[in-house]
Design a protein around this ligand. Structure first.
Ligand code: PAF
Length: 285
C-alpha cells in the first residue's frame, strides 16, 4: 500500500501492473472516507487484482460560494481506513499536479442535458467539473472497472454517459448507498450538521420512502413530489427539489415507465443533502 502524489509515478506503477496482466479497479473519491466509500473499495477488490483509490477535492466541481474551502480533508485517517480494506495504491495529487496549466485553461468534458437538470440546475458547472476530473483519472489509470456510489445517482449516469459517448474502455459499476441505522445516507457532508440538525436529517430518506410507497400504490407523480416536499419542510429542511424520473436517463416519467427513481436535494443548516430511491412499479400510466 503506497501513496503517490505525482502523475509520472502513478503512470509507472499502473503500467507495471497492466504489463503483468493484472486487472485494475479505480475508486475516485474526495476523501473524508466513511463506510460508503469502503463499500466501493470492497466492490473494486471483487473485480480486480489491483485497487487504485484517489483522493482529490476537485475545485472544478465546486461553484462560487460552495464549500470547497470547508470540505473536510482527513488524509491520514483516510489512509488508515483504506489500509484496513487492503488497497494497493492511493493517488492523492495536489491541484497543480492534476491541473498544471491552471483550472481556467483546463480542457473540459461536458455531458449535455443530463448535466443541466436537478443538481446540475442548482449547481451550474458541477457536472462539467465531475466529468472532467473523472475522465482525466480514467485516462491516467486506465482501469478495467471504476466504482461509484449510487447515492450520487445523477453523477453515476453522467459518468456512464461520458464513458459511452467518448468510448472510454472501462466498465462503470454502481455500489448501493450505505445508510446510518436511521436511514440517513452516509455522506461527508453529514459532518456539517449540528446535533439538532442531525436528528432532523433522516426526514430526507423518510420522504423518499413515502414517495416510493405512494408511487407503487399508483400515486400521480406531481402529487407524490408535493407530498414528499411537504414532509421535508415539516421536518425543517429546505427542499431544493424532489423529483420522480425515469431511472435509465432521468427523463420525465411517461405512462408505462416501470423503472423509476425519486431524487431529492435539501438544505439543512450548512449542509446540502442529496439522496434517491429506486422504485419499480407496474404502471397503468
Ligand atoms: O463523488 C465524488 O466524491 C466526486 O464527485 C468524484 C466522483 C470523486 C469526482 O471528484
Amino acid at each position: 500500500m503506497e501513496r503517490i502524489e505525482l502523475c509520472g509515478a502513478l503512470h509507472a506503477r499502473v503500467d507495471g501492473w497492466r504489463a503483468a496482466g493484472e486487472r485494475l479497479a479505480l475508486v475516485p473519491t474526495m476523501g473524508n472516507l466513511h463506510e460508503g466509500h469502503l463499500t466501493l473499495v470492497r466492490e473494486a477488490r471483487a473485480h480486480a487484482e489491483r485497487v487504485v483509490a484517489t483522493i482529490f477535492v476537485n475545485p472544478l466541481q465546486f461553484g462560487p460560494g460552495e464549500d470547497l474551502g470547508a470540505y473536510p480533508r482527513t488524509l491520514e485517517e483516510d489512509e488508515r481506513l483504506l489500509a484496513r480494506e487492503g488497497y494497493d495504491l492511493l493517488f492523492a495529487p495536489a491541484i497543480d499536479a492534476l491541473y498544471p496549466r491552471g483550472q481556467e485553461d483546463q480542457t473540459r468534458v461536458e455531458v449535455p442535458r443530463l448535466s443541466d437538470i436537478l443538481c446540475g440546475a442548482s449547481r451550474p458547472g458541477h457536472f462539467v467539473g465531475v466529468a472532467t476530473v473523472v475522465c482525466k483519472l480514467l485516462n491516467m489509470v486506465r482501469p478495467d472497472v471504476a466504482v461509484f456510489g449510487e447515492k450520487d445517482f445523477q453523477q453515476l449516469l453522467v459518468i456512464r454517459r461520458m464513458v459511452e459517448d467518448l468510448a472510454i474502455p472501462v466498465e462503470i459499476l454502481g455500489a448501493p448507498t450505505v445508510r446510518e441505522p436511521d436511514g440517513l445516507a452516509m455522506s461527508s457532508r453529514n459532518g456539517y450538521l449540528s446535533s439538532q440538525e442531525r436528528r432532523r436529517a433522516p426526514a430526507l430518506y423518510r420522504a423518499l420512502t413515502l414517495a416510493g410507497d405512494a408511487l407503487r400504490e399508483g400515486g400521480a407523480v406531481d402529487e407524490v413530489e408535493g407530498a414528499a416536499s411537504a414532509v421535508l419542510r415539516e421536518a425543517g429542511l429546505r427542499p431544493d427539489y424532489v423529483s420522480v424520473r425515469r431511472a435509465s436517463d432521468l427523463g420525465p416519467v411517461a405512462p408505462g415507465d416501470c423503472d423509476l427513481v425519486v431524487l431529492a436535494a435539501a438544505h439543512l443548516g450548512r449542509a446540502r443533502l442529496i439522496d434517491n430511491l429506486r422504485v419499480l412499479r407496474c404502471s397503468k400510466g
